[in-house]
Design a protein around this ligand. Structure first.
Ligand code: FMN
Length: 189
């Protein structure tokens, strides 16, 4: 009997907040992942501010983050929007994992994005800034579906569960598209 290899996704949110909507999106993705997809969620807590003087001696938490990114088949980022861009916590983690020069673990990795905000634009501006970073990182961004969850307070319950069915369906589609995108990159027609 041929056993299908488990497809590994590493997910992380650009928020350290305990009741983060974006962490909640990742938990929903974990729940909604189709069979054969394993989503591991990494918390960015403990990743110190990047200092290029120390990049040859990276902290253990950064090494751990990089190792998990390296072994993942694909990456899923849930980003909040801060001041029309991505939060510093997220940018810092990305900077840490892309260094030192020649050891950028994002290179050639398939990546998908989602994001939630109480505002009406649902992190669109932050997501397009994040896509700009992907250009230099050399990762392969999934274009669609775009998961931009606006008015988040109406779509999650008090325990941080996504209750909005359209959002749940979009997250499920995002996971399926990320797997299809990764397989297509591995064996292009
Ligand atoms: C410093 C800061 C800047 C923010 N800027 C924006 C913004 O530009 N657009 C937006 O929709 N929400 C903005 N917000 C509100 C966040 O979307 C909201 O706090 C959200 O819950 C953060 O994501 P999280 O729940 O995953 O922590 C901002 C919040 C903070 C703390």
């Amino acid at each position: 009997m041929k056993m299908e290899k488990v497809f590994k996704i590493l997910g992380f949110a650009g928020s350290l907040r305990r009741a983060s909507y974006n962490k909640a999106l990742l938990r929903a993705a974990y729940e909604l992942a189709p069979e054969g997809i394993e989503l591991e969620i990494f918390d960015l807590e403990g990743i110190p501010p990047f200092n290029q003087d120390l990049e040859q001696h990276q902290p253990e938490r950064v090494k751990e983050f990089k190792a998990k990114l390296r072994e993942a088949d694909a990456i899923l980022i849930a980003t909040p929007e801060y001041n029309y861009s991505i939060p510093g916590v997220l940018k810092n983690a990305i900077d840490c994992a892309s260094r030192p020069y020649g050891d950028n673990v994002f290179a050639q990795k398939p990546v998908a994005i989602m994001g939630a905000s109480p505002g009406m634009i649902g992190t669109a501006r932050a997501q397009y800034h994040l896509r700009q970073c992907f250009v230099f990182l050399g990762c392969f961004a999934l274009n669609q579906p775009e998961v931009m969850v606006s008015f988040a307070q109406e779509k999650f319950d008090k325990d941080g569960r996504v209750t909005d069915q359209k959002t749940r369906e979009l997250i499920r589609q995002l996971l399926e598209s990320l797997v299809a995108w990764t397989r297509r990159l591995a064996s292009p027609r």
